[in-house]
Design a protein around this ligand. Structure first.
Ligand SMILES: NC(=O)c1ccc[n+]([C@@H]2O[C@H](COP(=O)([O-])OP(=O)(O)OC[C@H]3O[C@@H](n4cnc5c(N)ncnc54)[C@H](O)[C@@H]3O)[C@@H](O)[C@H]2O)c1
Length: 447
């Protein structure tokens, strides 16, 4: 019997057609643009950051659009005519024959939507950060582990596609600074707010504020949470504990990615953070955190640090002004330093032994392959999930769990030991209360 779309499930057929497309490009039925080879895709959060995904998903069947703000639908429908609109992402995820979902909503909903979507066997592109608590990161990773190799996942740290990320990994792992000892990332963004905004006015018609709050505890409506422009509105809500993780989730996701891509770390065994005085409404602006990571097969134990909102790592020499790099990273080795931003890097050999003879640069044919277009990498993997994506949920959940542990240590006001197996602190039981958070009744991560 011939294999037909009816003989295969639709999902399998999309994958199969994609593979066939590589071999039989002369057969238009199986081409990239053949209707049978398009993913049925939902976009959740259609404005703001969602707009940045329009071009890359426009070659697919965008069958569902979801936004809590119904005013965003007419423009989105112009681009994706015929899509079904939803205001509640829980209903959207059950759209018939869905293959994949792009999540561009508020940070406090990411782990929820991602976990629910994994459970429905959907491929997922989720904007950063993947989670805003340690427990959320662990929940999503645990579900992802059961789907690994079958579903394509990517977290929106698209700067990862800069060639600089690969070059830094090669430099450090090929020994340009000797043995790696420590890595640092920092960001200088400062958004100060005294506390949650007082109730003011009513949500405009078509804006489903209760769904916007979703799992977050209730806070009265205030237009100040929605005063930012497209793609920058997140800066109006992401510093509040119930809606985000401050700069850790925001530029911290992007900037720690420079380090994470190099160091091959999993979860830390301790976290130690300090910063400005604790505000129970707002995440800290000024904060620094430090994590201890065990040795792996190519390096000894290292510390990884994150600095935000002012505090900075010490520069290797007074003539180097790290504050000139708004968001950057530094690697310290036994024989020198590498300092980087997202797109460039410099090496500083250091000490009498630093003659560079120990550095064996790889040949050109051994260079790491380019990531290419970051969103396309995910779309390609949706068709062939055995392909690796740069920022899959394993990589990204580990990275954000580490960062969020910094906030836990900050909140208890001391260094904590961490047991990565259980997600608890063996020496600081009071820290465990901050690994997760209370959600509004009726909302569960496990849907
Ligand atoms: N990768 C990047 O460089 C980058 C850049 C900007 C923003 N982001 C991320 O994108 C996300 C959105 O940021 P933004 O500035 O566009 O915010 P935003 O407040 O403008 O939200 C984007 C859209 O999502 C909708 N929305 C919010 N909550 C929703 C929900 N529960 N269900 C359905 N729709 C919902 C909003 O109405 C809006 O149309 C954030 O997580 C942010 O961190 C990433």
């Amino acid at each position: 019997m011939m294999n037909t779309p009816t003989a295969l499930s639709r999902r399998k057929f999309v994958g199969a057609a994609g593979l066939v497309a590589g071999r039989m490009i002369t057969r238009p039925l199986f081409g990239q643009d053949a209707p049978s080879n398009k993913l049925n895709l939902a976009l959740i959060g259609v404005w703001g950051r969602g707009l940045a995904h329009y071009d890359s998903i426009s070659a697919e069947n965008v069958v569902a659009l979801c936004d809590v703000n119904e005013k965003r639908f007419p423009d989105a429908l112009k681009r994706f005519p015929g899509a079904t609109t939803y205001v509640d992402w829980r209903k959207c995820l059950d759209h018939k024959d869905l293959d994949a979902v792009v999540i561009c909503t508020t940070d406090h909903t990411h782990a929820f939507i991602a976990n629910w979507a994994l459970k429905r066997d959907l491929h997922i592109y989720c904007e950063k950060p993947l989670a805003i608590t340690v427990n959320e990161a662990r929940t999503v990773r645990a579900t992802w582990e059961t789907k690994k190799g079958k579903l394509a996942t990517q977290v929106g740290m698209q700067r990862h596609a800069h060639a600089n990320f690969n070059r830094l990994r090669e430099l450090v792992q090929d020994g340009a600074i000797g043995d790696l000892k420590a890595a640092y990332a920092w960001g200088n963004r400062q958004i100060r707010r005294p506390g949650y905004l007082p109730g003011e006015g009513e949500p405009p018609a078509g804006f489903n504020y209760d769904l916007w709050l979703g799992p977050a505890p209730f806070h009265p409506y205030n237009p100040g949470y929605f005063s930012g422009g497209a793609g920058a509105n997140c800066l109006s809500w992401n510093m509040f504990w119930d809606f985000g993780a401050g700069q850790i989730g925001d530029m911290g996701s992007h900037t720690m990615d420079i380090v994470w891509n190099v160091v091959d770390a999993k979860l830390p065994t301790s976290a130690e953070a300090k910063g400005e005085a604790m505000n129970s409404d707002v995440t800290p602006v000024e904060c620094e955190s430090r994590f201890e990571h065990p040795a792996n097969d190519w390096r000894g134990p290292i510390t990884v640090s994150w600095y935000q909102g002012g505090p900075m790592p010490r520069a290797p020499k007074p003539f180097i002004d790290l504050t000139k790099i708004g968001h950057g990273a530094m690697f310290t080795g036994s024989k020198g330093f590498i300092i980087a931003d997202f797109e460039s890097r410099m090496i500083l050999p250091f000490g009498d032994e630093a003659d560079m003879t120990y550095y064996k640069p790889r040949s050109k044919d051994k260079l790491l392959p380019p990531v290419g277009h970051f969103q396309k990498q995910w779309l390609d993997a949706c068709r062939n999930p055995s392909m690796k994506t740069a920022c899959d949920f394993g990589y990204s959940a580990d990275m954000i769990e580490q960062m969020l542990l910094g906030l836990v240590s900050y909140r208890v006001g001391k260094k904590i030991q961490y047991d990565p197996k259980t997600g608890t602190s063996p020496d600081t039981p009071e820290a465990n209360a901050f690994m997760g958070k209370q959600y509004r009744e009726g909302w569960s991560l496990d849907g």
